[in-house]
Design a binder for this molecule. Structure first.
Ligand SMILES: CC(C)(COP(=O)(O)OP(=O)(O)OC[C@H]1O[C@@H](n2cnc3c(N)ncnc32)[C@H](O)[C@@H]1OP(=O)(O)O)[C@@H](O)C(=O)NCCC(=O)NCCS
Length: 171
């Protein structure tokens, strides 16, 4: 399986990225579901992100095809911590083991290239696929913020916090 992460350095937005962000199934577990996305809104977002020193965006490339985005954010060089947020926008690539491999690659970058010592991820409590790929990479469930996200008029779900420290990550 040829999976690569390519740093986004230029403010170029693909139509695919907009399509992923406007796909309610893809953004079901993200606050991106609350907005309508266009090239111009995304250009503003990316312009801001590219100026931030504490964040790096990567294209997820599977067998030469861009299939999603992963962000390493909140990079703190004192505490040596960061966070991941990710989406595989091309849904036909779900449930093939790519997400698991994606997290392994991102952990290698965080620990080996960025010299981080702890990685944190917060997810919607009902995002079972995401929970699975974190657990399979050695993340531990570290906490829960009760009823954090509103998912419908009458339903809320928890925010689950996962974390992994470098010494627990097997390269
Ligand atoms: C979450 C995501 C990255 C997972 O990627 P993926 O390539 O499908 O992940 P994998 O195939 O490596 O593993 C998914 C696992 O979760 C399981 N799974 C998926 N949906 C599930 C569900 N509703 N209930 C239980 N298990 C589920 C799969 O069966 C698979 O388990 P297995 O490894 O035992 O077969 C991908 O679905 C995605 O990008 N979704 C949209 C955005 C998103 O949710 N991002 C995360 C925000 S924190």
């Amino acid at each position: 399986m040829e999976l690569k992460l390519k740093i986004i350095k230029k403010c170029i937005i693909s139509q695919d990225w907009i399509r992923w962000l406007n796909d309610k199934e893809v953004t079901k577990y993200s606050d991106n579901r609350l907005k309508k996305h266009s090239k111009s809104t995304q250009r503003e977002f990316l312009k801001k992100k590219l100026k931030e020193k504490s964040c790096i965006l990567y294209k997820i490339i599977y067998e030469k095809k861009p299939i999603g985005i992963i962000e390493i954010s909140k990079i703190n060089n004192f505490h040596k911590t960061c966070e991941f947020t990710y989406m595989i926008g091309e849904k036909e690539y779900w449930n093939k083991g790519i997400g698991t491999k994606l997290i392994t690659l991102a952990l290698k970058i965080a620990f080996n290239n960025l010299s981080m010592e702890k990685v944190n991820v917060g997810i919607y409590g009902n995002n079972k696929g995401s929970e699975k790929i974190l657990m399979k990479n050695g993340f531990k469930r570290e906490g829960k913020l009760h009823n954090y996200y509103k998912i419908s008029k009458s339903k809320r779900v928890d925010r689950i916090l996962f974390g992994i420290i470098k010494k627990k990550f097997k390269l």
